[in-house]
Design a protein around this ligand. Sequence first.
Ligand code: CA
Length: 714
Amino acid sequence: MKNENVFWPVAGLIMFTLIVGCSQVTEQGTSLSNASTGMGDVTDGRWKNADREPENWMGIGRSYKEQRYSSLKQINEDNVKELGLAWVYDMGTKAGGSATPVVVDGVMYVTGPWSVVYALDADTGEQLWSYDPRVNPEDGARGCCGVTNRGVAVYEGKVYVGVFDARLVALDARDGNVVWEVNTNEDNNERRTITGAPRVANGRVIIGHGGAEFGVRGYVTAYDAGNGEQLWRFYTVPGNPENGFENEAMEKAAETWTGEWWAHGGGGTAWDSMVYDPTSDVIYLGTGNGSPWNRRVRSPQGGDNLYLSSIVAINAKTGKYLWHYQTTPGESWDYTATQHLILASLEIDGTSREVIMQAPKNGFFYVLDRHTGELLSAEKFTKVTWATHVDMKTGRPVETENARYGQGPQLAFPSPFGAHNWHPMSFSRDTGLVYIPHQQVPWVYSEEEDYEAKPGTVFNLGLKWPDFPEDPEVLEQVLPMIKGSLIAWDPVNQKKAWEVDYPTIWNGGTVVSAGNLVFQGTPTGQLYAYKADTGERIWSYDIGIGIVAAPAIYSVNGEQYLSVLTGVGGALSRIAGPFAAAYQARHSNRLYTFKLGGTTTAPSIPDRRPVPPLNPPPFKAESETVNAGRDLYNRSCMRCHGEGAIAGLMEDIPDLRHSPLLHSSSGFGHTVVNGRDGTYMPGFGSQLSGSDIEQIRAYLIKRAHDALDAQGEK
Ligand code: CA
């Protein structure tokens, strides 16, 4: 991507400005045209029988099965061409827009970045109230991947939101006032963050958290939905045996760990998928990668490291472990199993099975019996090089030679971005297919010599972050290997039914309807409709703002709507800056809501913030200094400012190659040590020494000259 700078106009200084949508904590709304009197009145009976209310999208996955399937068919393959805009709501922010709206009785409840909650009239888009938990801007750099949020849960008159700084808040669904609030952290010095949606049923609200890149021990906690009292906490990995094990499941898990794993935190964070079956009162967790990623660092004598990268079934009343299936034993690649879990009934070998399905990062599609945990099938849905297959006798993957990169660097598929990441998939009861937002990205895994864990603000991965390839010859080989696509997967026969390629990775979540339609947005700003059975593209709409979220389908007063949140963010706009920079999509967090015959025109989209010209000081540093600076940058700065110091710019996080501060050792150092008030930029304090910071500056100056050289070659 040596030509990326050609796109950026010459303009003034970027001073990073944080834009938070709503200044008021709550805003009393206007009267609501269509809602019933009790707002957010989702009872256990309604939740269990959500299929009887196709007009509502009652939870982020629509019903507790999280199939993201709508039985509405007013909008269908015959008339989808008549879809037009019904309304647009602008949150006034422009970070990651990952949430799926929840719609109950004509009211939409949705989150924007910074865990801000909005209640809107689902018919008109008029705001009823909003709630801003007022996350400290500096905490924006706490997570791996941005201040995004994937949505709320609505239950018995309350709206529940997990806040980025690890709070869980219950709001009054009528006005957005706080009913109760808890801090889910055990220790506020730990770097837990919440971007996932809570799950609710049977009087309980359940939430996990992220932070495995920073050395935390994962857990999931259940609270009393009425008053926030903690009911139970299930740890996903064992702690220090000296402190005693919390339960039998932890004692068993500890047998699969070696060394002093607890000192590294362990990870296993359940940061996104949970699916709660209120009929059996079981909650299924999807758990994340190890902390650090490299098992040789985390658990030096090996072991499966339970319950990393697993689907774990928990009794939702007691928090007691029931069963688990580990997708990636001894996880060493950031192959989380936190991806979307779907409950369904499938006819397998002539028998109806109640299953749970997942397509986690590691590239295999799993079908399990959700009552027993029995593995029914597992097949690759993408290019997978770390394992040849899953042995159905043992249920374990069969790893390939040097998959664990112990004998030198290993090019592998999938990458830490995942063959499928958090972008929700959907399951159609009509076609029997699962619609997976898929991506194929290669990655070079290699050991980091002299790795040293550093608790705090830096990544603790235990491996070397690969250099972003910029050699034209290398790029020529790498670029054709990268693709995004929509895969329609037959989960019974474990094979692809159809696939549509995209020019980009990180495409949006999907929704499917009885109108034989699958909808998906793209980070380049398109919203598409496909025939669910054949994959034929039959409608597109140029929104012009990148989309990564999944749409929701609902109806109010007999009128069917499709609504999707815009705004690219998260790991794409940050870590994978070079990809995002190439997309050139503009960014704004808005809900675009469509209906048949809609004639609304969207307001104009703000331009991207201009980038100052490349104007680095002369490059004088030794290559040793630059390489040390690169490694420090990758651990401390890369997760916001981008791989190869190429920023995605979708959240106005500056591209440091263009920073005027490169000219000032003291100015640059001051910003790194102290942070910058009112922005994401945290103060690194004493975590980086003066010479560390100078090495980072030298690396950035080198990268700025690389970019200038690339411009000169044109
Ligand atoms: Ca991870």
